[in-house]
Every structure is written in C-alpha cells, then in structure tokens.
Design a protein around this ligand. Structure first.
Ligand code: ZN
Length: 344
C-alpha cells in the first residue's frame, strides 16, 4: 500500500470548484444531444481533446459552449447531481461550489430562484443518497456591468439560509478589480453574507490588497501571488485567511511554469493557511484527488501535512462551529485509521 492509495481513499473537503467548469465530456455531450446543439466533436475522446487547455480565449470558448448546452432548470438540476456524484466518488465529504447564475438568466431567461431551487433539489438528493454535504457561492463574473452584479447579490441574499453561503467575484481579473462591485459587495455584507472573491491569480498583490479592502473576505480563492509582496504575505499569515489554492489550474493559466516553480512550498514556509482545490477539473485534466497526488509527488508531502490542509478546509468552510467541530473529529479519526491501514 502506498501514499497514493492513502490519498485516493482519504476523506476530502473542497472549497474552490466551479459547477459549470466541472461539466465532464460525457455530460456536455448528453446535453448537446438533448437540445440538438452542435459541438466541435461528437465523441467523449473528441470532447476530451477539445477540452485540453490551450489558452484563456479557448477556455472561455469552452465555458460559453457548455453554458449554451444548459438550457432548462432540469438541466441545471441534472448537472448539479452529476457534479456532486463526481465529488462523492472521490470521497469528498463537504464541498462548497461556485455557480454563476446570471449567465443563465441573461442567455436563457431562467430566473435566479428557479435555478437555485433546482440546485437545492440536487444538493438534498446528494446529501440523502451519497452522504455529501454542500453549499453554494454565487459568483459575479467580473466582466458584467456593476449594476448587473447587483442581480446576483440580491439573489444570494434571498438564498442566504437556503444553500448560499457567500457571494463570489470571478472571471477575468485583469482590469476588473473587486472594487468595481463595491455596491453589490456592500449589499450582501449589510445582509449578513460574506464575499469570497478570486484574487491574486492572474493579477498580483494589488488585486489581493483591493480584495481585502473592499470585501474583508474570510477566505480568498487562489491568493497564491501574495508571495510577491512580503507585507501582504505577513498580513495574510497574521490573519490566517485561508487561500484556496488550485495548483494545476495555475499551471494551465501560466501563473507558474511547473509544480517545481509553484509558490506552494514558500506559502507554507511563510505560515499561510492553505487549502487544495481543483477549480475547473475536466478543463485542466484534473480533480481534487489528482491535485493531492501531484502535490505529494512534486513537493514530497506526507500524510501529516495532507491532513492539516484538509482540516484547514473544513475550518475555512462557511458552516457552523458545531458542524466544523464534528467534521474535524470524524476526519481526524478516519485519517488515523487510514494511516494504520496503509502503513504510511
Ligand atoms: Zn476559480
């Protein structure tokens, strides 16, 4: 038995993964056939090939095509189930996932309430049938107009105690700081909801400083480029704000050339609170299990560190202190049992 077997078997927690960006080739083919939509390929292998990351414009093209194939609330519920089934198959016990409802409203007229009710049905099914607990972060795509961002903020507040745990800010970071959406962010915060933005991925420390000032976030999606600014790194370490890192996504988007040059070891040395995540798994040819395997191989991570970062994720989740404590207890017991079982 090896560390790889241990990683495959271990209980997991994921906080930074996009629902639409998790659409597997089989799923996009199913939806395209259902609605008579032409895709660039008509086989799983062909779609996998088309999915292979080339550059950001191609990545957006795929995202838009997937979005075009999602036409009804039934599609959204089905996709939610497929996503949670894939998460549960990796032994992910709790996942927060990011969803961008405005696209589906703008393109297809699906109301926000209908969309979230569909996802709540999928979440309840997954909790009941697969034992996976989940919650949603509703994302504003940075390229929409600030007033359009308010549509998502109002929806997030309406579902605050009904599946939604945060407002997110995502999409193209270059030229679109969080401060553009200050009104939407202030609105959700005034209604008791947090904002968890993407920052410090394709833009450096200035984007994270902006996010800290505007959102006062309990967590950051990515955040890995804080390492370029010693004062910022020290601030994030002092406040122990979890950074939901996605190593393979960073490599695909050219933030780093290779695992060897990734900032993860330096971030750990600096005492930062890290979690490991997959972002848009099929588009980056990964999933959470793969991310752990790759980190273990590249950085020589052992079970103690892997357990610590998994516990960071449950403590960084937007769940109650009671839920976190119970999960922490269960995760620790299971890690101990698996360590014995696998002899690692
Ligand atoms: Zn992301």
């Amino acid at each position: 038995m090896t560390l790889h077997d241990f990683i495959r078997a271990m209980p997991k927690v994921e906080l930074h993964v996009h629902l639409e960006g998790s659409t597997q080739p089989e799923a996009v083919l199913h939806l395209a056939n259902k609605h008579g939509i032409q895709l660039p390929a008509d086989s799983v292998e062909g779609i996998r090939e088309w999915y292979t990351f080339r550059d950001f414009p191609h990545f957006i093209e795929i995202y838009l095509k997937i979005s075009e194939c999602i036409r009804t609330v039934e599609d959204i519920e089905w996709l939610g189930r497929e996503f949670l089934r894939g998460q549960a198959a990796q032994n992910i016990r709790y996942t927060e996932f990011i969803y961008t409802p405005y696209n589906h409203f703008q393109q297809k007229g699906l109301s926000g309430d209908e969309q979230l009710n569909a996802l709540n049905r999928a979440r309840a099914w997954a909790q009941q049938e697969l034992g996976i607990h989940s919650a949603m972060i509703l994302d504003i795509d940075r390229m929409v107009r600030p007033e359009e961002g308010m549509w998502t903020a109002e929806l997030a507040v309406r579902f605050k105690n009904n599946g939604v745990v945060a407002l997110g800010i995502g999409g193209n970071e270059v030229g679109y700081p969080c401060s553009l959406f200050r009104t939407a962010i202030d609105y959700v915060r005034a209604h008791g909801l947090v904002c968890i933005p993407h920052a410090g991925e394709t833009v450096g420390p200035e984007s994270i400083w902006d996010a800290l000032a505007v959102c006062d976030p309990p967590r950051l999606l990515h955040g890995v480029r804080c390492i370029e600014d010693a004062a910022l790194t020290a601030e994030l370490a002092r406040r122990q704000i979890p950074l939901d890192a996605c190593p393979t996504s960073n490599l695909c988007l050219g933030v780093y050339d290779s695992f060897a040059s990734h900032s993860l070891p330096a971030l750990l040395d600096a005492g930062l609170n890290l979690t490991i995540n997959s972002d848009d798994p099929p588009m980056f040819n990964t999933n959470l299990t793969e991310e752990w395997l790759r980190c273990a191989d590249a950085f020589g991570w052992g079970t103690a560190l892997i357990e610590r970062l998994t516990l960071n994720a449950i403590r960084g989740s937007r769940q109650s202190a009671e839920y976190q404590a119970q999960m922490e207890f269960e995760l620790k017991a299971e890690f101990a049992r698996l360590r014995d079982q696998y002899g690692v």
